[in-house]
Design a protein around this ligand. Sequence first.
Ligand SMILES: *[C@@H]1O[C@H](CO)[C@@H](O)[C@H](O)[C@H]1NC(C)=O
Ligand SMILES: *[C@@H]1O[C@H](CO)[C@@H](O)[C@H](O)[C@H]1NC(C)=O
Length: 206
Amino acid sequence: MFKALSGMSPSAHCVFVFSLCYLCGLIPCKVEHEDFELDDFKKETKKCFQKMIKIKNNRFLVVDEEGLKFKERNKEQCKADDCRFNIQVYRTNDIDRPRGSAVILSVTSPCKQTYMVCCEKNGDQKGVSAKPLDQPLPDQIGRSKHEAVFYMELIPGTSQYRFNSSLWCSWYLSFEDGPEAALMKLVLREVHKDVDENCSMDLLTC
Ligand SMILES: *[C@@H]1O[C@H](CO)[C@@H](O)[C@H](O)[C@H]1NC(C)=O
Ligand SMILES: *[C@@H]1O[C@H](CO)[C@@H](O)[C@H](O)[C@H]1NC(C)=O
């Protein structure tokens, strides 16, 4: 064995010694696993863009201290920050990854609080909320399912997008009539079809 060792290059030597230690249980398994995390998300620092999210009837997704809703907006009102969403792309190594890019959506309210769009459970009901964000978005997420990560898919044959939750398989950002006619609520809806008009959103350049 020592004869074999002396004939090795220094790096091969290291690998050999490392393997030996590993086999002997001297190095905990955690070290090995670091290269094997296939499921996590990594922030693509250069891939962040700002868009307005529009649905039918000229309604735009906006945030205020009460949360997220769709409101009618004219061109002038669209200059406000509360409808300009930052779409941060995350890289994923998952081979079986779903359609689209993994993204986190965040937006700043008129009171200068930044929020991120998150899936949440209210009793048995699945929903969406605006979660206050006091730090920059995480650089890395060590899980394949996360409350704020959505897969942004281009709907085939259109220029519209839909957002598939990474937390709950086949649940999409969607909208529903709210208590007031002018407002529509942002909700999460389970969808198994390729096209559902109630999940289709336009992304407009700010
Ligand atoms: C939606 O995302 C889930 C993961 O949360 C995935 O299993 C499913 O295949 C995705 N749907 C599509 C149409 O990509
Ligand atoms: C989409 O929304 C409209 C109005 O809110 C509703 O009438 C319709 O049934 C919804 N479609 C689906 C597929 O849920």
